[in-house]
Design a protein around this ligand. Sequence first.
Ligand code: CP
Length: 294
Amino acid sequence: MKQDFLTGEELGAFELDKLLDRAQELKAGRRDGVGGEKLAGRSIALVFEKPSTRTRISFEVAVAELGGTPIVLRGDELQLSRGESISDTARVLSRYVDAIVIRSGSHEAVSELAASAEVPVVNALTPLHHPCQALADLLTLRERFGDLQGLRLAYVGDGNNVARSLAIAGELAQMEVVVAAPAGYQLEEGHGAKLTDDPRAAVSGADAIYTDVWVSMGDEAEAERRRADLTPFQVDADLLAAAKDSAVVLHCLPAHPGEEITEEVLYGSQSAVWDQAENRLHTQKALLATLLSD
Ligand code: CP
């Protein structure tokens, strides 16, 4: 039975812990070629209908380092862009490749693809979820703090796909996730996160502060309104000082210094964002190896 990874809810707490263990092993043994045979003889389609730096490159490198063949496809290279159905695309790709990784502007389209595919489908970002990002976020926190259970993470800003995936993964890891967002930008209830419109209350006692861009892909038409509404939620040195002294700062990137985060904080000593970006590679290796294990 194939297993998809569309929201992160597919994982149990035990599986999440095992996956992060595996990612740590792959990271530690990277330069010795550890895992280099896991995808030998396998091909993985990497479909990117939207721009990407980290996700596309880290998945391509991940597949190559696991001994497989990555096939990177832009949306406009497929007959999908000329009206071929999602379900037919899924059926055909399933005859060629061993898994499909897809970034799309429609979560429903990715769910439909997964329903028709005979191979695992991995969500590489939709407007609703970014579960691969959350895996890297948790690995980064585990590296810094040793254990995830009981950590308090304050997500400050737009309650978007990244916030939703963090809430889902954080609940699995028994973390306390608090999302601080203004009215109209708040995450819906039901993912285990506490919700507030007060960034200072959110970061009080926090082990990690997380933020993301205010104008995500697809939000460009409302850019000015978003910047105005979200300005009180900027992660700056004052806000960081209200968290624990040991707190780290996370950002999924790309960042817009001067908007959701100041340059001082992004490049400061408490920033863990570059480890976080690197960890996309290791967690996605672990994910693919797990989904495609015999
Ligand atoms: N964080 C993230 O998904 O980055 P990219 O959009 O560059 O893939």
